[in-house]
Design a protein around this ligand. Sequence first.
Ligand SMILES: [Mg+2]
Length: 186
Amino acid sequence: MREIEPQRWGAVQLLCCDVDGVLTDGSLAFDENGSLIQTFYVRDGFGLVAARRAGIKIAWISGRPSKVAQKRFEELGLDHCLLACDDKAAAILDLQSQYGLSPDQCCFIGDDIPDLAAFTVCGLRVAVADAEPVLISRADYITRARGGRGAVREIIDLMLSARGYWDLMLDMFENSDQSAPDNLQK
Ligand SMILES: [Mg+2]
C-alpha cells in the first residue's frame, strides 16, 4: 500500500471524482421503462458535504450523461457537475485556472482508462480498490474501499483529518451541535 504524507492530503483544494465506478460501483441497471438506476453510497455523500463545508471545491466529472447523477449531485449541493465531458483533463485545467490552483492542490479519483488524462493534470492521483490495473499502476494512492462503497469517503477522511477538520466535526456531532454542518445528513 502506497501511503501519502498528511500535508499532501491537507493541500488539496479541489477534489475531482469520476462518477461511474467511483461514486457508483459501475453498475448500470435499467427498469422496464428503460430508465437508468444507479446507486450512490450515503457515506460518500456525507463526506462530500463535509469536505465542501471545510472549503474544498468538489467536482464530479463523467464521460457519460446521467440524470440520476445530476439529481444526486444537486441533492448534495456540490460545486461542479460536469457530465458528458469528453475531455476530463481540459475540464480540470479550466477549474484550476478558475480557482488559481496548482496541480498539487488537485486530487482526482478514478477507476478506468478514460481517467488517465485527468491523472496527468492532478498532483494527487487516486485509484479505487477495484480500478483497472493500468490506473492502479499510475496512482499515488489506492483506496482500501471499492468504488461506490466508500472509496470517496476514504479520501475525504484523509483530507479532512490532515486539516484537523474531522476532529472538529466529530466534536460538533458528539456535542449535538450540528448547526454548522446542517446539511450533512444527506
Ligand atoms: Mg469510471
